[in-house]
Design a protein around this ligand. Sequence first.
Ligand code: SF4
Length: 246
Amino acid sequence: MTLSLTRLQTYYGDYEAEPLLRAMIKEEFRGSIALVSSFGADSALLVEMVARIDPNTPILFLETGKHFKETLEYVNYLEKHFGLTDLRRLVPDPELLRKVDADGELWKTQVNRCCWLRKVEPLNLVLNGGAFEAVITGRKRFQTQERKDIDNIELFNDGIFRVNPLAGWTKQDIHAEFDARGLPQHPLVAKGYPSIGCEPCTRAVKPGEDDRSGRWAHTVDMLDAKKEECGIHLQQGKVAQTDWNV
Ligand code: SF4
């Protein structure tokens, strides 16, 4: 059955995060929904909500080969802590890596192409395989310009729904919920990393700086505007191959 975005938004548009997740996982997309998680600073919140509802829900982690060792340890820790039974580590195509990024330094010169190779394509391969009608994301409106208008349910032009249970949450909401649930924090948060991606493209932030100022900071002089999105949750065509020059 093809689900209608209008119907889903009408039914669930004002649902709180956990009831929305329950409805999506247990009813609307039963057996055909996955959580995409970066296992970054805020990720434990959604992972815990999903695990409470069904720890067998597929969780997709993009193992780019460029993560901090702390992130990889955190992934392993949360997998056991929450009893996740279907955590999938998606890796880049090794043949493409050999051809395009043999020295592993593509992030210095062609940052969009590196994200494409290590994140967008591995996820696309899974999503285009047809196993999932919907994916859950941790995107919040406050994070970036690109995200400022996202709804809690979207339909992308790849035909796959994005469910964003935390779309309207603030930074303060998230911190409060972490405390209320006693969630384990990513170890780098305490070291000044409020937003965490791949190691070469993430730096700690100074007091008073925006949380995401440490992400892709090296692209300030490379692009017209600092890179803000890796591209996995952009509508198809928004990061074109022509962008690979940077
Ligand atoms: S975040 Fe940096 S290292 Fe990671 S895939 Fe993107 S450009 Fe490459």
